[in-house]
Ligand binder design. Structure first.
Ligand code: NAD
Length: 284
């Protein structure tokens, strides 16, 4: 099968902008789609910000190389144009099933029959979207982590209907853009990463919210006793506190209590993590 050449990314928010940039940085032409002019302005700002992040944080990145990557990304609010000649569409629109189903319904008609569709969804299963794609054999999940240039896993997860050749092609593409592909053998909500991380972070939050130990001391135990470079609250700060808050506020009674603790002590005080300069730690 032919290698993937042209890539379209749908939804140029936190993850979509990083995916588009990493793909372009690896030499691919990218079309980046978002809904309207306002969203495109925001996307442009994110992509320009990534030039600096790559120069500063990616070994071997030069100013020229990062700027060239940005120049390989064409921003558009025209969905038909975005997917017209894409070999691979990577969807990173908000984590709302109905929204994702709707966009697959649209691109099922707009993209060539051979185009592969991949969802970056963190919590939804590709099975919940496959019937809207018009090509369940060419559809799967390709899940990246935040700060893609640094935390470079790409979890690849098909449905029972995904063609194994398509799966292998996406694994090869993930390698080509500098990722370490992690193939899942069958569907699992949360993939490998979040299946491990969610209960870990929840257990840490339970210790701090229950006033058993200070967040910094929870981290200290984890680092010293296991040799891990960072503790759970340092991870919270990197992820940002809002996503875990949203997940926990829909959980059981104890999860909701922990969510309320996060909100009262951190989120309501603007302490959202590294992105705002303060979370469980100060980065100012
Ligand atoms: P985000 O809110 O930052 O970005 C979503 C983008 O989609 C925005 O630019 C928004 O304008 C755009 N959008 C909204 N409606 C759209 C539509 N109908 N069509 C096209 N674009 C539309 O969200 P995010 O954090 O980047 O998450 C996007 C996806 O990536 C979700 O499925 C999420 O689960 C997944 N993900 C997120 C992370 C993370 O750490 N943020 C990590 C891995 C995977």
């Amino acid at each position: 099968m032919d290698a993937i050449g042209k890539v379209a990314v749908l939804g140029i928010g936190v993850l979509g902008s990083q995916i588009a940039f990493q793909v372009a940085y690896s030499g691919f032409e990218v079309t980046a789609y978002d809904i309207d002019t306002k969203a495109l302005e925001e996307a442009d700002r994110r992509l320009s910000g990534l030039i600096g992040s790559y120069e500063k944080l990616v070994p071997g990145a030069t100013a020229g190389k990062a700027t060239q990557a940005r120049d390989r990304i064409v921003l558009t609010a025209d969905l038909a144009a975005a997917v017209a000649d894409a070999d691979l569409v990577i969807e990173a629109v908000p984590e709302v099933l109905a929204l994702k189903q709707e966009i697959y319904g649209k691109i099922s008609r707009l993209a060539p029959a051979g185009t592969i569709f991949a969802t970056n969804s963190s919590t939804l299963l590709p099975s919940e979207m496959k019937d809207f794609t018009g090509r369940p054999d060419r559809f799967l999940a390709l899940h990246f982590a935040n700060q893609i240039w640094r935390f470079n896993t790409a979890e690849v997860m098909g449905t029972p209907e995904t063609d194994p050749a398509v799966f292998d092609r996406v694994v090869a593409f993930a390698k080509a853009i500098g990722m370490v592909p992690i193939p899942l053998r069958k569907e699992k909500a949360g993939y490998v990463l979040n299946s491990l991380l969610a209960p870990f972070l929840s257990a840490a939050a339970n210790l701090a919210a229950g006033d058993y130990a200070h967040p910094h001391d929870v981290d200290k135990v984890w680092r010293i006793a296991t040799g891990a470079p960072v503790g759970p609250f340092q991870i919270f700060d990197i992820i940002g506190l809002v996503t875990p808050y949203n997940i926990m506020s829909h959980g059981d009674e104890r999860s909701q209590e922990i969510a309320a603790w996060l909100k009262e002590n951190y989120i309501d005080k603007g302490k959202l993590g590294v992105a705002t300069g303060e979370g469980f730690y100060s980065y100012k």
